[in-house]
Design a protein around this ligand. Structure first.
Ligand SMILES: [Zn+2]
Length: 258
């Protein structure tokens, strides 16, 4: 009986160890799944565009969360001075508030993409809500600037398969990034430049912000200064700044040639 009891305890310990092991695997998978739903270059939940092959000469500047007066306008002046075109992912409700700024972005020849109507974290939204957020932004862009690109960037980079599927059903191509200036909490221009420099490999899609999803009028002066310096520096090194649609054409050409 004593032997049986010991054997029973051993079985219980093995069972507990086994269950702990399963719990560890499940929680590691949950952490990985959560990470992949936000990781900018992760492809677990479906294909997204994150740039050209490493070592490419081209770079794409992307600006999120506008239009935002007056900083978007300052940024347009800087880009015009350098004769550089960028890509702006606009929030629909701000486009409705400031259609004139959205128009100026388009008139200057920059690419414009959809960044949803109110900038929610889409991984927590149901399919009808996701569809509404994307199509309401599309309508706001259509009303303000007419025909534009077919680009879509999910707020905070948050996505799950349904987000990407719905975007594609609506004719949009999901665009992420592989370099970020971490400028949303308004660090100095020097710090933004440093962070970008550390992540660059060539062929990069660089994430910056000319607006803020929480309200209109956020101070983006440091981003504007950093953009001015980054363009001057990388142009001097022989890099070429292109829009996301231009980058995507290059990707298609490369894959056809190979
Ligand atoms: Zn955003």
């Amino acid at each position: 009986m004593c032997l049986n009891l010991q054997f029973g305890n051993l079985k219980l310990e093995i069972y507990n160890a086994f269950m702990l092991g399963i719990a560890a695997v499940v929680s590691a998978a949950a952490v990985a799944a959560g990470y992949e739903s936000m990781a900018p270059t992760g492809q677990w939940y479906g294909r997204t565009f994150t740039g050209l092959p490493r070592g490419s000469r081209q770079l794409a500047l992307t600006f999120d969360d506008g239009p935002n007066g007056p900083h978007t306008l300052r940024l347009l002046e800087i880009l015009a001075r350098h004769e550089v075109h960028a890509t702006f992912f606009l929030i629909g409700k701000y486009v409705k508030e400031r259609p004139g700024i959205a128009c100026q972005i388009a008139k200057a020849g920059h690419a414009i993409g959809n960044h949803t109507f109110s900038h929610p974290l889409l991984i927590f939204k149901n399919e009808a809500e996701i569809r509404c957020e994307i199509s309401d932004c599309q309508q706001a862009l259509q009303d303000a600037v007419g025909e534009h690109s077919n680009l879509f960037r999910p707020p905070f980079g948050g996505r799950r398969p349904a987000v990407l599927r719905i975007a594609r059903e609506l004719g949009l191509e999901p665009i992420m990034w592989n370099v970020t200036g971490h400028d949303w909490n308004v660090p100095s221009a020097e710090l933004i430049e440093e962070k970008i420099e550390r992540q660059m490999h060539g062929g990069d899609v660089i994430l910056l912000h000319d607006g803020w999803h929480k309200h209109m009028g956020a101070d983006r002066s440091q981003t504007v200064i950093a953009t001015d310096r980054l363009i001057a520096r990388y142009k001097a090194e022989g890099r070429e700044f292109v829009t996301i649609p231009q980058m995507m054409i290059m990707t298609a050409a490369t894959s056809l040639a190979s």
